[in-house]
Design a protein around this ligand. Sequence first.
Ligand SMILES: [Zn+2]
Length: 299
Amino acid sequence: MIATVCALCGKNQDTRELYPATFGLKSISHATFSARRVPDQVHYRLVKCDRCGLIFSNPIFSPAEITKFYHRSICTYDEQITYVTETYLASFEMIRRKIPKQPKVLEVGCGNAFFLEKLRVRIGAKVWGVEPGESMVAQAPASVQKHIICDIFKPHQFKNNTFDVVFCFHTLDHMTDPNSFVREAFRILKPGGFVMVVVHDTDGWSVKLFGERSPIFDIEHIYLFNKKTLAQLFRNHKFGVVDAFDLRNTYPVSYWLRMSGFPSYVKEVGQKVLSILGLSHIPFSFPGGNIAFIAQKPR
Ligand SMILES: [Zn+2]
């Protein structure tokens, strides 16, 4: 295990333990590192920096071990995929008129490229992706697959001033070095280009409602943000903050319940009741605890 430091304060951090670790080293595998699995309350020791409010895991596995888990990880999108795509597209609309008609875009942590493919088909975007999960890249449409680097995102994969937009959805909080991501995003964006990020919110409903049982406290998450700490991270690297807002996600009621922090017996009973009432697949919109964040590289 390796020690981490506050990504905002560095050596000037002022940390205290929030929750002790909940896992035994032997129980961890690539399955624990697979996206959209049912929350299992497996997390590292979590600390909070009282100086800036950032919450992070400490200590963590080495970046090399984590990369290995992600290479073999899987992701089950099933019926949620349409909802997720629509949510991201709605946020993208906010910057669409400020960028070229057929923008050159990169998605870091693109999974099976469902979002990139949508942008390609709908607006003719020229799309690139980076994704460490081998099985997910294998599922990507051929048109996009040739532009996906199957690896974690790291420096020098792309040239300076290349992209109009860099997307990073539910990936920044998985990174062992968020500063490196922001620095690199700045370098590869064209002047005036945008970075659009979605992360869990440590001030969101999920944490208010479930505390330590919130699914955001998870072994996949290393640095966890709120609007203030996220804005600070990007300002530290000369980005201008354009917007930070609560993302309204739309999912079937049964999915909200599945991903909630309720104990499993409550979920089981709840699912049965929803099924009997025929409500399981009713879509429900709620700001469930995700921040959508937009920053711009100065012109
Ligand atoms: Zn700090």
